[in-house]
Every structure is written in structure tokens, then in C-alpha cells.
Design a binder for this molecule. Structure first.
Ligand code: ACO
Length: 431
């Protein structure tokens, strides 16, 4: 919404231009610079988009100073503790919590799209067994567009919905198959009587030679991890999905692009680094020496799983995962696991140390998620895959919102050109 009473004035070379100011429902106001180039012939410069809103969105809101994360207005704590992942998926995608009938239909639709085309199963055989699971994910999700072209017409709302359902349903199957291929075990097909998280754990950890019963505490923890990772507004991978989608690319290709972006260690790989750090510290008595190293700037050592570009307060997701970690370790009879002790003590010390307090460094979602995933039985190479699985719901919701926005145009950032000015070609013999 534009507030006509508020404008920003920019003065360039003596010429002034009034810029409208837009207001969201919450959050900072936004200066609308869309007409800046047309009238003043200048671009703005903001590498990393630290001050630039690239879109309007009604999906997710973050207040990093207060440690608030809302999906469609609902606090993440309530959704993770009282609801489940498929309910949050419905909420993110359709905008409202489902009624009982809507929920029943949605769960049915997702459950009945979980198998992948059998021809796709053969694709796995083409990969090396030691391929990184994210490499396989990017390829397999991109390949969905080769198998489901009946849902790639982005101008047809029903096809958009079917493609979205397919991805929410099939990503766990592809992720589980990726894992099974990686460890050299036979694929396990989806089971429709299981919940989303139960089915995923079953596809990952069941083997044909014995019965596998999903532990409900572990399934709940898995479901919470999915819910907590489902969306996080305009981060790098979500912006990638939007940019890819802005050209009219099909949704499967867009989500594959998002997965590729998430793969980077600065985005999806931090929980792996946090777990590695806890393993390296090993025991509680080694923590003081480690903390001193972190505080010593010349060491270049960081407390992984602490600090966040947006959250300058406790990441609300970290609190939920801290409780989840205790439940999981208790269910597995591993309360005395030294890794959990190290995490707890590290957190206690860091939260009372002026170095971390002054810099507003709090545990982020990655501090506990790696410990839980390891306890569930996943190798670190699968951590980002699980993140991608959960974030697919956010990506697809953001993609849908963008496609349905009548003002949507192809994304086309501008640049500050610093290369050579025009010069004449020099023939080879004269160089
Ligand atoms: N350990 C020790 N010191 C830290 C840490 C940390 N984890 N994070 C920031 N600092 C210090 C910096 O050294 C700097 O100190 P200075 O002011 O004395 O120079 C100050 O805090 C500010 O740091 P910046 O790097 O400017 O903060 P920024 O907001 O850019 O960084 C980031 C955010 C990259 C997440 C950082 O906190 C970090 O590297 N954390 C560890 C990695 C991690 O856990 N990443 C996961 C993020 S969550 C996610 O992506 C899902």
C-alpha cells in the first residue's frame, strides 16, 4: 500500500524527484524507486540486496531484532508445536489454515502423489554411488519436468496446483531414494498409511529383510524440522526460485534452481559445520579453550550455529529444536550423549559471555538441527537435502504468489559497469 502522505525526496545534480513510500502490514516502510531511472537516469546500488525489497509478499514475516517468525501471521512456535508440516504447507501455499475437510483432501492429494514415475528410478543408476546427494537432488528434481509435462503450463492454475502438489509429495521420495542409493541399499517405496514424516523415515531407514516401526517421537522431531525450515521469506534460494520463475520457466526447473542455490555452504550447509564443530570439541572440558579461540580474531574460528544475518535475537526455531533434541535423545536412550552436553554447555557459556551478548550472537536453527539429524541416523551429506525437501513448500508458495501477481515482470537487475569503454578490435597479427 502506498501512503500518499509520505514520500522520500532524492536530489541528483540539482534535480529533485519525489519517491513514493510504501507501507506493509508490519515491518519497515519501503521507498518505491521503480520510476527512478525513468525520471532521473540513475540506478541504485545494493549488492547482496541488504536494503532492497525485490517483491511484495504476504507469506512469511521475520523480525530479526525481536526473534519473530510468522507464516501467514501465525507464530512459528505455535505451528511447530501444535500443528504439523502438511498443515503449515497448506497454510503457506493457500494462505489460510485448512478446515478439517480441506486438510483431509490435501493430505489425501499429497499422499497419492508420492510415487515417482518408474522410469525415473532408472536415472539413479546413472549416478556414481559416492555422488553428493545434493548433486543427485538437483538433477532428479529438474528431471521431473521431463516426466510431468502435463503440469508445466504455468498459465493454467490447475496445472500450477498439480505441479506444486507433485513436488511437495515427491521430494521426500526422491530424497529418500537419493539416500538409499548413496548407502547402497534397495529403494523403499512410499506407504500411504503413514504420515508425511513417518513415510519419509520409513523410506530412508526400512530395509526389505526386517520390519521397521517408525518411532513416533522421532517422526514428530522430523516433522518439526520440516515445519521450521518450510519458509524464510526472500533468502538466496527463494530469490533464485522467483528469478528463475519470472522468465516463465516451469516450476520443476525453478525448484531445481532453488536447490542448487541452497547447496552453498553459506546457505544450507551451516548445520553440517555446527555438528562438525561439536564433534571436534568433543567434551565439555574443552569448551573454554574453544571459546577463547572464537574470541581471538586472528584465529578465524567462529562459533558455528551462532549468529544470523537477520536474527539479532534468539532464532525462534533454535528454541524449539533445543527441546526437540532432548526428546529425541531421550527416546533413543542417549541422554548422556557427550555431543548434547557439549551443545548445552556451549550455549550456556556463550549466552552469558559479553563477547556474544554485545554482538547479539544467539543460537540459530542450525545449532541443534545437525545434532537431531545425526541422532535420527542421517549422515551429514544428507542434511542439506532435508532442508531442500522442507523448503520446497516455501519455494513453491513464493513461486505461486509471484505468478499470480498481475504486476509480475521478468526479474532483470541492473549493474554499475566498471569494464573497458568502447575500443576497436585489434587483429591477431597486431597483438
Ligand atoms: N562466532 C564468533 N563471532 C561471530 C560469529 C560467530 N558465529 N558471528 C558473528 N561474529 C562476530 C564477527 O566476528 C563480528 O565481530 P566484530 O564486530 O568484532 O568484527 C560480529 O560478530 C558481526 O559479524 P558479521 O559477520 O558482520 O555478522 P553477519 O550478520 O554478517 O553474519 C553469519 C551472520 C554469517 C550467520 C555469522 O553470524 C556466522 O558466520 N555464523 C556462523 C555460521 C552459521 O551458523 N551460519 C548459519 C546461519 S543460519 C542459516 O543460514 C539457516
Amino acid at each position: 500500500m502506498t501512503d500518499a502522505t509520505k514520500t522520500a525526496t532524492i536530489s541528483i545534480g540539482g534535480k529533485t524527484q519525489e519517491l513514493p513510500i510504501m507501507q506493509g502490514t508490519i515491518g519497515p516502510d519501503v521507498v518505491d524507486i521503480a520510476k527512478l531511472y525513468g525520471e532521473s537516469k540513475v540506478f541504485t546500488f545494493d549488492p547482496g540486496f541488504t536494503s532492497t525489497a525485490a517483491c511484495k509478499s504476504a507469506i512469511t514475516y521475520i523480525d530479526g531484532d525481536e526473534g519473530i517468525l510468522l507464516y501467514r501471521g501465525y507464530p512459528i512456535e505455535q505451528l511447530a508445536m501444535e500443528g504439523d508440516f502438511l498443515e503449515s504447507s497448506y497454510l503457506l501455499y493457500y494462505g489460510e489454515l485448512p478446515t478439517p475437510a480441506q486438510r483431509k483432501k490435501f493430505v489425501h492429494d499429497i499422499t497419492h502423489h508420492t510415487m515417482i514415475h518408474e522410469q525415473m528410478v532408472l536415472f539413479f543408476r546413472g549416478f556414481r554411488r559416492d555422488a553428493h546427494p545434493m548433486a543427485v537432488m538437483v538433477a532428479m528434481v529438474g528431471a521431473l519436468s521431463a516426466f510431468y509435462h502435463d503440469s508445466t503450463d504455468i498459465n493454467d492454475p490447475r496445472q500450477r496446483e498439480i505441479a506444486s502438489h507433485r513436488m511437495i509429495a515427491k521430494l521426500p521420495t526422491i530424497a529418500a531414494m537419493t539416500y538409499k542409493y548413496h548407502v547402497g541399499q534397495p529403494f523403499v517405496y512410499p506407504q500411504n498409511h503413514l504420515s508425511y514424516a513417518e513415510n519419509f523415515l520409513h523410506m530412508c531407514f526400512a530395509v526389505p529383510c526386517e520390519e521397521y516401526k517408525v518411532n513416533p517421537v522421532l517422526a514428530k522431531a522430523m516433522d518439526r524440522i520440516f515445519t521450521l525450515h518450510a519458509d524464510h521469506e526472500q533468502n538466496a534460494s527463494t530469490s533464485t526460485v522467483r528469478l528463475a520463475g519470472s522468465s516463465g520457466a516451469n516450476p520443476f526447473a525453478c525448484i531445481a534452481a532453488g536447490i542448487a542455490c541452497l547447496w552453498g555452504p553459506a546457505h544450507g550447509g551451516a548445520n553440517e559445520a555446527a555438528l562438525k564443530m561439536l564433534e571436534e570439541i568433543g567434551t565439555v572440558d574443552k569448551i573454554p579453550v574453544f571459546i577463547e579461540k572464537v574470541k581471538d580474531k586472528s584465529s578465524n574460528v567462529r562459533l558455528m550455529g551462532f549468529g544470523h544475518r537477520v536474527y539479532k535475537n534468539y532464532d525462534p526455531r533454535a528454541k524449539i529444536l533445543q527441546a526437540s533434541a532432548h526428546e529425541v535423545f531421550e527416546a533413543l536412550g542417549k541422554q548422556d550423549d557427550p555431543l548434547l552436553d557439549v551443545a548445552r554447555e556451549l550455549e550456556r557459556i556463550a549466552l552469558s559471555d559479553p563477547y556474544f551478548i554485545d554482538r547479539k550472537l544467539y543460537p540459530n536453527v542450525d545449532f541443534y538441527s545437525g545434532i537431531i539429524l545425526r541422532a535420527l541416523g542421517f549422515p551429514t551429506s544428507m542434511f542439506t537435502v532435508l532442508f531442500a525437501l522442507a523448503r520446497t513448500v516455501g519455494w513453491i508458495s513464493q513461486w505461486k504468489e509471484m505468478i499470480e501477481d498481475p504486476s509480475q515482470r521478468i526479474g532483470r537487475p541492473r549493474q554499475l559497469y566498471v569494464g573497458p569503454t568502447k575500443r576497436d578490435y585489434v587483429p591477431m597479427g597486431k597483438r
